[in-house]
Write a protein that binds this ligand. Structure first.
Ligand code: KG4
Ligand code: ZN
Length: 357
């Protein structure tokens, strides 16, 4: 089974060809990612309209590159998959419309993939992770703890009430005059800072639910910074270290709560799976490893290029859906918002049993 996948929900224009074998294993035949980082860096964040235009300009080329690198013809494909949301709607429209055109011209089925579902299923491509597992997704746009029970069967255990974790890193970097994207910069500064210097809050700690809230932490950091301005290099490093430690403590506490909820409802997870750019952070990763260990499971973190946005994860989610006979009509609509739990609600119990393998 050979599927072309297209990803344009944020600031990466990406396309990939992925093959799924009958035994359920998969392999990436080609994987092309064109990042718009340079285009948005000057603005300190992703500008939706600029992102949409950049997708229009690059996507055809990226798709052609992915097909060329795969050494396959369009008529060899079994389906065309695209992320149909959630994300910045301009970009989503570009990717989904392109996929529809390719599907129509070559007479192939279309698969409208939920971007979060694609993140959730990546561990099955890289590590053949068995259902059910617990997913911790932390990127610039999303912060979620999910029970992944089967293809199309997701239960959200925790989410953020305001900022995503990556967004909090980015805003912290911006406040301190560091570059974009902020996560790697904050991590670098934190390495030479004193994490105990600023007593920042740990929002939501000790609550029974597994939700996050990052905006209070961000405000507390701003107040500390304003109180001691102008900032020396050491001040910046100490602020970054204190911020990162607070985030790590929050992740530790919230994930333990999420895993407790998981166990109570679904039994033992086969793994704790990490996805999203924030998982690149060494302090975060160390915490995830420890939490998994303490909770009697293992951490699976796909390689960084598959944790961040890419076309292979969309193509793979397309493979998993196609294997279950799930395709979409050509008039399927792009969606800016598309909570994962809705997929399960819409598709009902049929999948719930079909996906347990
Ligand atoms: O998954 P991703 O590449 O893109 C999406 O947002 O979909 O995640 C990017 C986010 C950014 O907010 C970035 O600051 C954060 O992940 N990030 C990090 C690190 N590397 C990337 N956050 C903390 N530490 C890092 N080393
Ligand atoms: Zn993503």
């Amino acid at each position: 089974m050979l599927v072309l996948g297209i990803e344009t929900t944020c600031d990466e224009t990406a396309a990939a060809v992925v093959e799924r074998h009958d035994d359920g294993s998969g392999h990436i035949v080609s994987n092309i990612v064109s990042s718009q980082l340079d285009v948005h860096a000057a603005f300190g964040g992703v500008v939706p309209e600029i992102a949409a235009r950049a997708h229009v300009e690059t996507l055809d080329h990226v798709v052609a590159q992915a097909m060329h690198a795969a050494g396959r013809r369009y008529d060899e494909l079994d389906a065309v998959a695209a992320a149909a949301g959630p994300g910045l709607i301009g970009g989503v429209i570009v990717g989904l419309t392109t996929a529809k055109a390719i599907a129509l011209v070559h007479g192939k089925p279309l698969i409208a993939v939920n971007h979060l579902e694609a993140h959730a299923l990546t561990a099955r491509l890289t590590d053949r992770t068995l259902f059910p597992y617990c997913l911790f997704l932390a990127s610039g746009g999303h912060t979620q703890i999910l029970a992944v029970r089967g293809v199309g069967n997701y239960v959200r255990l925790g989410t953020t009430h305001d900022d995503a974790i990556g967004e909090a890193f980015d805003k912290t970097a911006k406040l301190l005059g560091l570059g974009y994207p902020g996560g790697p910069q904050v991590e670098q500064q934190a390495a030479r800072g004193d994490a105990r210097r600023f007593p920042l809050p740990r929002p939501m700690q000790h609550r029974r639910d597994a939700d996050f809230s990052l905006s209070g932490l961000k405000t507390a950091l701003r107040l500390e910074a304003e109180a001691i301005a102008p900032l020396s290099d050491q001040d910046i490093a100490d602020l970054c270290a204190s911020f990162q430690q607070a985030v790590v403590d929050v992740i530790d506490d919230r994930l333990r709560a999420g895993l407790r909820m998981f166990r109570a409802r679904f039994g033992a997870p086969s793994a704790l799976v990490a996805a999203g750019g924030v998982a690149a952070n060494r302090a975060v990763r160390a915490t995830l490893t420890q939490v998994a260990l303490d909770c009697g499971t293992v951490l699976i973190a796909p390689p960084q290029e598959l944790c961040t946005d890419n076309g292979a994860m969309i193509a793979w989610a397309g493979c998993e859906r196609l294997a279950l006979g799930l395709t979409d009509p050509l008039d399927v609509a792009p969606r800016a918002r598309w909570p994962l739990d809705e997929i399960a609600a819409a598709e009902g119990a049929r999948l719930r049993t079909a996906a347990y393998k």
